[in-house]
Design a protein around this ligand. Sequence first.
Ligand SMILES: Cc1cc2nc3c(=O)[nH]c(=O)nc-3n(C[C@H](O)[C@H](O)[C@H](O)COP(=O)(O)OP(=O)(O)OC[C@H]3O[C@@H](n4cnc5c(N)ncnc54)[C@H](O)[C@@H]3O)c2cc1C
Ligand SMILES: NC(=O)c1ccc[n+]([C@@H]2O[C@H](COP(=O)([O-])OP(=O)(O)OC[C@H]3O[C@@H](n4cnc5c(N)ncnc54)[C@H](O)[C@@H]3O)[C@@H](O)[C@H]2O)c1
Length: 467
Amino acid sequence: MVLGGGPAGENIVDRTRAAGLTTALVESELVGGECSYWACIPSKALLRPVLARADARRVPGLAGAVGGALDAEAVFAHRDYWTGNWKDDGQIDWLDSIGAHLYRGHGRLYGTRKVAVTSPEGDHHVLTARHAVVIATGTRAVIPELPGIAGARPWTSREATSARQAPERLLIVGGSVVAAEMATAWQALGTRVTVLVRGSGLLPRMEPFAGELVAEALREAGAEIRTDVAVEAVVRDGATGPVTVVLEGGETVEGDELLMATGRAPRTDDIGLDTVGLTPGDWIGVDDSCRVPGHDWLYAVGDVNHRALLTHQGKYQARIAGAVIAARAAGEEPADTGRWGAHTATADTAALPQAVFTDPEAAAVGLSLAEAQKAGHRVRAVDYDLGKVSGAGLYADPYPGRARMVVDLDREVLLGATFVGPGAAELLHAATIAVAGEVPISRLWHAVPAFPTVSEIWLRLLEAYRG
Ligand SMILES: Cc1cc2nc3c(=O)[nH]c(=O)nc-3n(C[C@H](O)[C@H](O)[C@H](O)COP(=O)(O)OP(=O)(O)OC[C@H]3O[C@@H](n4cnc5c(N)ncnc54)[C@H](O)[C@@H]3O)c2cc1C
Ligand SMILES: NC(=O)c1ccc[n+]([C@@H]2O[C@H](COP(=O)([O-])OP(=O)(O)OC[C@H]3O[C@@H](n4cnc5c(N)ncnc54)[C@H](O)[C@@H]3O)[C@@H](O)[C@H]2O)c1
């Protein structure tokens, strides 16, 4: 039994069906989850034309042809297409094709191996799993409790990815990934964006140069990025009037819409956690096989376990947990539980990749320099100006970018790598393979990047390391 049909839930269904188990999915909204309708997919559909135009504007001979405004209607139509117009027919066809059962409705645990489903019509079923129940209910946006916030009707990521009109002025509170990506999208779609960051810069979980380069580009595009500011209250003027944010110290900033990009909370407050001795509203702690300690039949995958709030990582966890459930259902104890074993989600902590679709793109895997030092590794960071690589200069002129690799000096393998630059997201997987494969620097030396590609950054980083 799988509770929640986002990317993590869907992949558990897929893996357990492939192993020959009977699988049922309970979904209260749309099969495909937050990612398909209000997160990854619509945001990237909005951003693709933005980034393609920004890249083209950096190509001599082409720049003049793409100087105009984006066709916002066409961009929204492209986004609507990619969300299936917020219908999940395609996903339902897929569930049918693999013989999985779908229960539409709100699911709650109801004691050991039991799930109660309340259908939209109010019918109530209790289903009992033979082998396992997997919770994959994801997260919702957190809106801080500020004076006036409810009356201000702020946008969350849902409105920011599904809006059909560009507001004249958009205030964004937060400085992390949602804030940076949505500032990039809406500023390019014609909105005047102001980002209010309580920290010292954008993208705080990445190497500092990532946020610096993205902030610089956003400012060049006309957005205002204000750092080290604290929001104290919010006021909306009537039903449709402008919204005013009051900052610490009394200064006010006005906009037409307000996006609170202030993080996520687990959707666990009403899923019956109390019936199995867990606390409603908490993230669900799991071991490296994604099983909930103390409950041999209960698993949690995806955002809800708080290991890594990314679609690809939830899907990876589902593949691992699916293999574990299949092994146990076959009467075997999952044996491959060592580091990088088939029953252990090692990459969550050792090789976690993320691509941020800002202009320039920012992509990182593994540990940043600060994280590696904090973890006690003896490391050296090697930096290189990506714009100095021939392939990058040919790709865009100027090419705003920078790369860093973090080398473990004791084992001479990569612990992490970061690339910032146009198209940099596509540089990431080579680094992910190097980090997950623990490929020695001496062997990377023989992985020759083709000339003249942006990937020659690898050669420059290795040459800089070897001196
Ligand atoms: C704006 C934005 C952009 C993002 N972009 C990216 C990106 O580019 N790349 C990336 O890797 N990640 C991205 N993320 C993160 C990504 O969306 C999440 O990591 C991913 O959606 C998590 O998948 P999940 O299956 O765990 O949960 P979700 O996608 O949240 O799905 C959970 C599902 O469970 C259902 N559900 C919840 N409670 C119940 C219940 N009681 N009964 C039945 N069903 C229930 C929900 O309706 C939902 O369908 C983005 C996030 C945001 C907010
Ligand atoms: N391309 C991608 O991979 C992608 C894109 C978007 C989101 N995501 C994922 O989705 C998750 C959610 O992203 P997010 O950016 O919403 O959350 P986040 O948790 O990454 O960041 C929230 C930010 O809001 C700030 N904040 C919190 N309360 C605040 C307040 N009261 N005032 C001012 N600032 C406040 C925090 O300091 C933090 O920097 C993340 O894990 C992210 O990695 C991934």
